[in-house]
Design a protein around this ligand. Structure first.
Ligand code: FES
Length: 150
């Protein structure tokens, strides 16, 4: 076990884990931030997406030892009141179906909108390509991003 200090959602958090522990499990098991989901565990689905320094990152493929002083943002750090335009659009358009992948979808969508205030369909498809949805809510995800960008 090794001690780490991570910047998560604007706060420094201490944890004691083996160095190759995926960030996903550090967040969920050590820090009780369970909004980030385990899907495939091999970097294929995007359910575990967080942001590191604002960049969408698969936490299942990110060892805790590689994070250092970078800023980790999880779905819990986006807005606890779910009042961002993106979260409002998600609610207004009933984007989720089962909901399991949606934290990861929001993390990728938020990163897109930070860099691109008016993304095209092609921009959205390119940015969201790493986030799979077994309920195939892709059209509502696209609509939600457009709504948030209005
Ligand atoms: Fe990380 Fe699927 S759980 S990409």
């Amino acid at each position: 076990m090794s001690k780490y200090s991570l910047s998560v959602n604007g706060e420094m958090k201490s944890l004691d884990v083996v160095p190759d522990t995926p960030l996903l499990w550090a967040l969920r098991d050590s820090l009780n931030l369970v909004g980030t989901k385990y899907g495939c565990g091999v970097g294929q689905c995007g359910a575990c997406m967080v942001q590191i320094n604002g960049v969408p990152t698969r936490s299942c493929m990110t060892p805790v030892s590689s994070v250092g002083r970078q800023k980790v943002t999880t779905i819990e750090g986006v807005d606890p009141k779910a009042a961002t335009p993106l979260q409002q659009a998600w609610q207004e358009l009933d984007v989720p179906q089962c909901g399991y992948c949606q934290a990861g979808q929001i993390m990728s969508a938020a990163a897109l909108l930070k860099d691109n205030l008016k993304p095209s369909d092609a921009d959205i498809d390119a940015a969201m390509g790493g986030n799979l949805c077994r309920c195939a809510t892709y059209m509502r995800i696209r609509a939600g991003i457009h709504r948030a960008a209005e």
